[in-house]
Design a protein around this ligand. Sequence first.
Ligand code: AVJ
Length: 326
Amino acid sequence: SLIDLSRKDDGSRDTAAFAHDVATGLSLAQKKLPSRYFYDAKGSRLFQQIMELPEYYLTRAEFEVLNTHRQAMASHFAAEGFFHLVDLGAGDALKTKLLLRELTQRSKDFDYIPIDISGDAMVQLTGSLQEEIPGLQVQAVVGEYIQALEWLHHHKTGPKVVLFLGSNIGNFEPEEGIVFLQRIRQCLDPGDKLLLGVDLRKNPDTILKAYDDAAGITAAFNLNLLHRINRELGGDFKVDQFRHFALYDPQAGAMKSYLVSEEAQEVYLKSSGERYKFEAWEAIHTENSHKFTLNQVEEMALLCGFKVDTVYQDKNEYFADIVLDA
Ligand code: AVJ
């Protein structure tokens, strides 16, 4: 049983939104494309490979945080009887499974509500959980984060613990991140909790390498966006005339990724009927991944109606999973 809120019939609505966002982004004086479009089937596979790269410390660091502190987290969440464990952007839930095993060993007094925009991912996850953690109550929801949280707010009563892991909050601009956390807060009641995963400030070299790996997987991930545009929107990007370029701004804590045109060229898009001009070495901005200080997270939490409860970290202090109280 899977709840699908993504009211898409044949995907035409999705394609129209993609076409609109790409046409808008390529028409700007400083071209940009939204990072949310990285994750088609190929992009999702490349991201899985990124998570296994020696340079991409984020996933291993957060895995360590959850593995080290899973008992403390489980007692914390299960302290007051039945609750819903809601997982925003659950994906394959590799890290969440650490918590799920710990919680089911203690009591079965919760259910698990993974939310993801990918219906395929939610079908697979439901199946794998039935095998790996039999008896776990799972209700997967397919939809956008806020849409799904609003649905839950109206259809599932009782306390909630919401997980937003993986430093996905870092993809938002600071102001957008605040609006997003405020929206989450509006869907929660006093006493509910948010476990927020954030990548912390650290040696800029370490951060930069995580987004510019030696094997070129991150480059392929970034360039895949152009392949996707060619395929789904009838574009004629010559992908081999673009290169991945990453830089880190240590004052803003902003990791920035670009696709740079190595030559002057024009690109045509069937979906818009327009041509887009590139000068030699002109860049398209494709992603920001923000890195945080603990003070920043605390400030952000307060602005959004949350209070910092507990900060869990790995040994290196590369990553933090922070319990925020609504
Ligand atoms: C999935 C958004 C957390 O920003 O680190 C990985 C995506 N981009 N390598 C990140 C990503 C390039 C990732 N997040």
